[in-house]
Design a protein around this ligand. Structure first.
Ligand SMILES: [Fe+2]
Ligand SMILES: [Fe+2]
Length: 344
């Protein structure tokens, strides 16, 4: 390996080898109508991060913040930094924002590489169109988050260790559906929920404008993930399905672990074990994690992976809110109904 490239490994780069099969589709057949519609939408909804975002908007990073919701205040009072007073709580909230934006930035680049990979390996031309237009979107997302971080985050966070493992596993997988599962069905729905929560979790108008633009694209990418996998997973043999269940549970555990905020506690000079143990049990932070994962359960239901084993795993990780439980109930009732039809 060239020496010039070596210094970029570790915190500054990730290399993943993978055995893949590139496919060209010369059939002239049009694919799924949903893919055609998503691609048309992608062409219509292009935007330019250089001119469509008002980069002159002020970002007073570190400024005092409004008190926040009752939930947030209760979380602060119970937290390991409560005795350091309100200014420290505000500093923590700004650090959480900086950490979130940096993880969005790292995730966007992983999504860029993953969607470019999908363009190469998915069998249908229409799916390739969607994948490569997504890669263009992800380039724009990486560009705008990178610009924000360079302009306003004095000490950017490296990629979170758990998130890095998710990217490494996904990009090293032999079967393309693992890439789609990790990025389209888990990382993107969590990011999309994070963007929708920006009104309460982010503190300046510039980042709110950026995530509003990015979220419109991500909603389309999440739909693309559903269309890609909804006919693939239900046709799998039980051993293949078990591998996907296992994979989902491992990836979800890693994605949840990053929201115990180890990187932020460390930055705030809080013992990481004390900080993460607090984050794991605090009702406010638990509700926040459930909100972040609220789109994952419908996604798994749509692609046929909300199996009893996966539901058990999600319950054990305290990631199911009321809406998610209702999706599970509806699915369970549906299964029972179709089983009783079969018995009759
Ligand atoms: Fe993105
Ligand atoms: Fe995306």
């Amino acid at each position: 390996m060239p020496e010039a490239a070596d210094h970029r490994d570790g915190e500054l780069a990730l290399r993943v080898g993978a055995e893949i099969v590139a496919i060209l589709d010369w059939s002239l057949d049009r694919g799924d109508q949903s893919l055609i519609a998503l691609y048309e939408q992608a062409k219509r909804m292009q935007w330019n991060g250089s001119v469509d975002i008002d980069w002159r908007m002020p970002v007073d990073f570190g400024a005092l913040l409004p008190v926040g919701s009752e939930f947030a205040v209760a979380t602060f009072r119970a937290s390991p930094i409560a005795d350091r007073g309100r200014p420290c709580w505000d500093a923590f909230r700004w650090q959480v924002q900086a950490w979130m934006v940096c993880q969005f930035l790292h995730s966007e680049q992983a999504a860029l590489v993953a969607s470019a990979r999908l363009a190469e390996v998915v069998p249908d031309a229409d799916a390739k169109f969607c994948a490569i237009s997504q890669a263009g979107d992800e380039a724009r997302h990486t560009e705008v988050f990178g610009r924000y971080v360079r302009m306003h985050v004095a000490d950017p966070y490296p990629v979170n260790e758990a998130l890095r493992s998710v990217f490494q596993d996904a990009l090293g997988a032999r079967d393309w559906d693992f890439v789609a599962l990790a990025i389209q069905c888990l990382v993107e729905p969590v990011a999309l929920a994070g963007f929708r929560l920006a009104g309460t979790t982010f503190h300046d108008p510039l980042i709110k404008q950026i995530v509003a633009k990015v979220a419109r694209d991500e909603a389309r990418h999440v739909s693309f993930g559903t269309v890609l996998l909804r006919d693939v997973i239900p046709q799998m043999a039980s051993a293949e399905l078990a591998d996907r269940e296992e994979y989902v549970l491992t990836a979800v555990e890693l994605l949840r672990r990053r929201f115990l905020l180890a990187d932020v506690w460390e930055r705030m000079d809080v013992d990481v074990q004390v900080g993460t143990a607090f984050a794991a049990r605090d009702p406010g932070l638990s509700a926040y994690r459930q909100a972040l994962f609220s789109r994952v359960v419908p996604m798994l239901a749509n692609i046929g992976l909300l199996t009893p084993r996966v539901v058990d795993g999600l319950s054990g990780l305290d990631l199911l809110d009321g809406a998610a439980r209702r999706v599970i109930e509806r699915q369970t009732q549906g299964r029972l109904t179709s089983r009783s039809r079969l018995i009759r």
